[in-house]
Every structure is written in C-alpha cells, then in structure tokens.
Design a protein around this ligand. Structure first.
Ligand code: ADP
Length: 593
C-alpha cells in the first residue's frame, strides 16, 4: 500500500507541490491547537482551584487564547489556499487523464480490458476524489504527530495504560482494515456492472437512442434492463454497507471497554491523592485524544488502501501500451510538402480484436499519385475496414500499407493525418455551430469565402441561406433551444464540406452520397470530380454509377479483392461487377419504365 501512496504522492508532487505543503501546514496548526487544549487547562484549573492566583491565571488564559487564535488563523488560511491549489491540481490531472483518452489508440476503445482500466483509473478522481487522497495522506501526517505528542503526555501517567490502549486499538483497526480491503475489492468488481448500468441509463438519456427507443416501443424493455442492472450494482452497495456496519459495532464495544478502564484508573488515582484535578482533566483528555488519533490514523491507512489500489489501475491506464510505429526516422513536415501521394497495400491481413476470422485477407493493390480508385462490394465485405487501416485507426496484423513507398506507421501520426481528408461512413456532427462543424479545429481562422466555396460544392448553400444565423446556426438542442436538426442528406453534406475545407492531399470518401437525393448526388459528383482533380482518392460506394468517375475499380468480397479494372474492363469481363451493374441499372430502368 505504502508503495502505491508514495507513487501517488510523487505524481501529485510533480503536479502541484503547493497543495501538499499547504495541507501539511494546516495539519501542524491543528495538532498545536489540540495539544494546547489538553495541556493548558491543567495549569488553569490548578491555578484557579489550588493556587488561587487570579492575575497569573488570567495571564495564562490570555496566552492560551492568543495561541489558539493564531493557530486557527494559520489553519484557516492554509486551508483556503490549499483549496485554490487543489483546483489547479485537479484541472491538470483531469486534462492529463482526458489527454490520455483522446490520444489513446482508437482500437482500445473496443477493448474491454482497456475500458475497465479507464473506469478504474477514473475512480482515482471520483471515489475519494483525486485531491482527497492527498488530503487523507496529509491528515495521516497530522494524526501521526498527534499520536506522538499525546503518547508523550500519557507516558507521564503510566506506560502500561498507553500499551493497553494501543493493543485494544490495534484489534479494532485490524478488523477495520480487513473490512476496508474487502470493500475496495468489491468496489473494483463493481466497475463492470456500473459501466453496464451507465450504458443502459444513457439509452434513456441520450438523444441518439431516443428515436429507436420510441419507434420500436423499447421503453419497458429499457426500464427492465435498467432495473436489473441497478439491482446488480445495488447488491454490491448492500454488501459494502453491511461490512461497514460490522466495523461500527466492534468499534463501539472497544470504545466502551476503554472508557471503563480509564475512568476507573484516573478516579482511583485522584482518590489516592496521586493526581490533582487539573492533571485528571489533562490525562482524561490526552488519553481520549490519543485513542481518537490512533484510531483515525489507522482508519486513514485503511482508507488509503483503496486509492492505492485505484492508483495501480491509474498507472496501468496511463502506461497502457500504445501500438508503436516501427522505429524509423521522423519524416516531419517533409511529408506535407509533397504534392502527390501513392498508396500501396501489400499483402494486408486484418482481424478485429476478439474476433476469430480475418476481415481482410491478403489485400494488395496500389493507388498511383493522382489516381481515383473506387472500392465496391457487399455489406460487410471489409471496405470501411480498409479505410480504418489506411487512416491508422487500426494496425494490420500482417502485411504493410505504404505511402510513397514508406510504411504509413513510420510517419508521425499528426503529420500523417494532416494529408488526409476523410468522410467516414459513420461520420459524427457535434453540438456546435455549422461553421464549427465544417471547419472543426480551424473554425476561428477559416475564411468566409472558403467556407462558402465548400458549402457550395456540396450543395449546402441553399440550406445555409435559409437559416437566420447562416453558418452560425447551432446544431442540436443540447446547449441552445434554437439549435436545428439536419436531415441525413444535409448532415452528409456538412461532413463532405468538412473534408473539402481540410484540403487534404488524399481524399477518402466512405459512402459519401448514401444519404443524398439523386439530384444532390449528381451535382456532388460533378463538383467533386473537379475538386478531386490531381488528388489521390479512394472512393467507397454502393452506387456503381458513381464509380465511373474513378480511374479504376476494386471489387471486394468477403475480405478479398476479387476483381480490379476500369468500368469498361470489368463490364467486359462479365464478372461480379458486371452482374451488380446490370442489376442496379435494370432496377433504375424498371423504375423509370
Ligand atoms: P463494409 O464497409 O464493407 O460494409 P466493414 O469493413 O464495415 O464492411 O466490416 C467488415 C466486417 O467486419 C463486418 O463483418 C463487420 O461486422 C466486421 N466489423 C466491423 N467493425 C468491427 C469491429 N469494430 N469489431 C468487430 N468486427 C467488426
């Protein structure tokens, strides 16, 4: 445990030294206040009742009160500044935690081990609170000081009393610690159930599920799921509470037994005239303070065991292995200055984590600089998976993907991603303005004319002009009642405009027109083929008509490339593509007819 707390401390010390120092000052002030409260009254009582020296007593009381005032003042100030400092530390910690999540491998988002670890790491912030652990550790230092100083007072009475009390406290503490450890383990086991509970809770809370739930009448089903999951989590809480109750009962018995002993002993000493009334008061309060301080000290040690366990998870999370790029020389901005790019898949095999079957098998093809390639195939053939591999969301299990002849994993990720303009099949829009959704990180710097040009190219300008706030209209109603919902086709246009604004040198469009109406689709292909001119591009589409704007077509079936060639070549070959094309065109002709 100590190792965990020490590491935690080191971590926090690096983040915010002042928080730890201020807390320690506060603790020292607190110890002085308590010790003054034990010792001063002895002399005041003796002066009043035995020596009866009023002026001396008054002077002593004034001295006592001034020391108390100064210490209280010091404590209040240090706590005030500690809280300020804590917020700064918390902010640094949260940003570092969020940074690890955002910067982590996308693949890990589907890895239950990683997700559990992430949740456990979060407990570092949530259970006692990240700063709370430091607070506990600082109070531990305070309690140790208090135990030592009260022990010195009690030893002047009788060392055996001290030892007896210590033994009783130890018994109590051992039971306490045992229960705390059990509860900490239960806390960790509870994580998975809590994650499930949160997910089900989100079903009712998140707009994205709202339509499905209503259309399919899933309300009762969702409530049943939530109830069951709530009970699963609640059973952990129940077990933890009954454990805590046991410690409470044992503690009460031990305290009762100790009180009997100390009152009996001190009263006996006073009757024997071995103790003054002042000394009686001092020892009584010293013994109880000693008892409380030792109990608190061990309680804190017990409590720190939980965060120490959580910190282990936090450390594992922070150091969770990243899929490293092979060690080669950094290519840096040299990558960006190139005008043309070729892409080559070389015997690429890929299997999703936790799956048994390969999604892609031995994929090899090349896209020459400036070439437009279309990839077609049935649902689930593996087209989007190829995009995910190309954009480095996943890493191939076997084989390589090369950019201008170099393994894509040998480039710095940031530089690499800059050359791509990608429209994902499951693109997401954010609860921000349309401008921000199109320009994303560059929304502050983007020129209006460029924004308009992109919106024009994807046929979004009519919609923008119809809105009072134009590009500054917020999407969704999460933060603004005036927020709007876009239709599927309009949303896709925003995603396409986003890719155009980025002006990447390689365009990757995964089903870019799936939600567009035929007129918009036709227009987009015309505009896009102009905009894509000279750029290497990969196009994934179900609509074979759209493939005609591409130089070459790859046909993917069950994770393998089965045909490759130009539209004419593939039609002439009379294979899968030709059949598919025939089906689609006869469907249109039939419909028109
Ligand atoms: P396509 O784009 O050709 O429709 P995908 O590349 O999206 O197909 O999917 C190929 C196969 O991989 C499908 O069988 C799909 O179920 C599976 N798949 C996709 N994503 C994942 C994932 N994250 N985990 C496991 N299997 C996946």
């Amino acid at each position: 445990m100590l190792k965990g707390v020490k590491k935690f401390f080191q971590y926090c010390w690096k983040l915010q030294k002042s928080y730890i120092l201020l807390l320690l000052v506060g603790e020292i002030c607190q110890v002085i206040i308590v010790i003054c409260g034990i010792i001063f009254p002895k002399y005041i009582i003796n002066m009043l009742f035995e020596e009866q020296q009023i002026p001396k007593t008054i002077l002593f009381i004034i001295l006592f009160l001034i020391s108390l005032l100064l210490c209280n003042f010091g404590q209040a100030l240090s706590r005030y500044f500690a809280e300020k400092s804590r917020d700064q530390m918390y902010c640094k910690f949260s940003i570092s935690y969020a940074g690890h999540i955002l910067d982590g491998d996308y693949q890990n988002m589907e890895n239950p081990e990683y997700m559990d670890l992430k949740e456990k790491a979060l407990k570092c912030m949530n259970s006692y609170g990240f700063a709370g652990i430091i607070f506990l550790s600082a109070s531990l230092v305070g309690k140790v000081l208090l135990v030592l100083s009260t022990a010195i007072v009690v030893i002047t009475l009788d060392i055996w009393i001290l030892l007896l009390f210590f033994c009783l406290i130890l018994i109590n503490i051992r039971i306490n610690n045992y229960i705390e450890r059990k509860n900490a383990k239960l806390g960790l086991e509870e994580v998975l159930e809590k994650r499930k509970e949160e997910y089900i809770y989100q079903l009712g809370n998140e707009v994205q599920f709202g339509k499905e739930i209503r259309v399919y009448g899933l309300c009762n089903w969702a409530l049943k799921q939530y109830r069951e999951q709530f009970q699963a989590v609640h059973s952990f809480t129940k077990r933890k509470n009954s454990n805590t109750c046991i410690t409470g009962i044992v503690g009460s018995f031990v305290l009762f037994f100790q009180q009997c002993i100390i009152y009996g002993y001190l009263v006996y000493q006073v009757f024997q005239e071995r103790l003054s009334i002042g000394a009686f008061t001092m020892y009584l309060s010293a013994v109880f303070t000693f008892y409380m301080a030792v109990t608190e000290m061990f309680k804190i040690i017990g409590k720190l065991q939980q965060p120490a366990i959580y910190f282990k998870s936090f450390e594992e999370f922070i150091n969770y292995p990243k899929r490293e790029a092979p060690k080669t020389k950094e290519c840096g901005s040299a990558l960006l200055t190139r005008m043309e790019y070729s892409i080559r898949f070389e015997h690429v095999w890929f299997c999703y984590p936790g799956q048994e079957k390969y999604t892609l098998e031995d994929i090899s093809f090349e896209v020459k600089p400036g070439e437009h390639i279309a990839i077609i195939g049935d649902n689930g053939a593996g087209k989007s998976t190829m995009v995910k591999l190309l954009t480095r969301l996943y890493i191939p299990d076997k084989g390589k993907i090369l950019l201008n002849g170099r393994d894509i994993w040998s480039f710095s990720l940031e530089e690499y991603r800059k050359i791509f303009a990608v429209v994902l099949q499951d693109f997401q829009l954010f609860a921000m303005t349309i401008r921000e959704n199109i320009a994303l990180a560059e929304s502050g710097a983007i020129e209006e004319s460029k924004l308009k040009q992109a919106a024009e190219a994807v046929g979004l300008m009519d919609k923008i002009n119809s809105l009072n706030k134009g590009f500054d209209t917020p999407l969704f109603k999460v933060f603004d009642e005036g927020g709007i919902e876009l239709s599927g086709g309009e949303a896709q246009k925003v995603a396409l405009a986003r890719a155009l604004i980025k002006n990447g040198k390689i365009m990757v469009l995964d089903e870019p027109t799936a939600a567009l109406d035929p007129r918009a689709e036709y227009r987009m292909y015309q505009d896009f083929s102009k905009l894509m001119d000279g750029k290497t591009s990969i196009f994934i589409s179900h609509r074979l008509a759209s493939c005609q704007i591409c130089d070459r077509i790859l046909v993917l079936q069950h994770g393998k490339i089965v045909e490759s060639g130009t539209h004419k070549q593939l039609l002439a070959a009379g294979g899968y593509y030709a059949k598919l094309f025939q089906i689609q065109s006869s469907w249109y002709q039939g419909e028109v007819g």
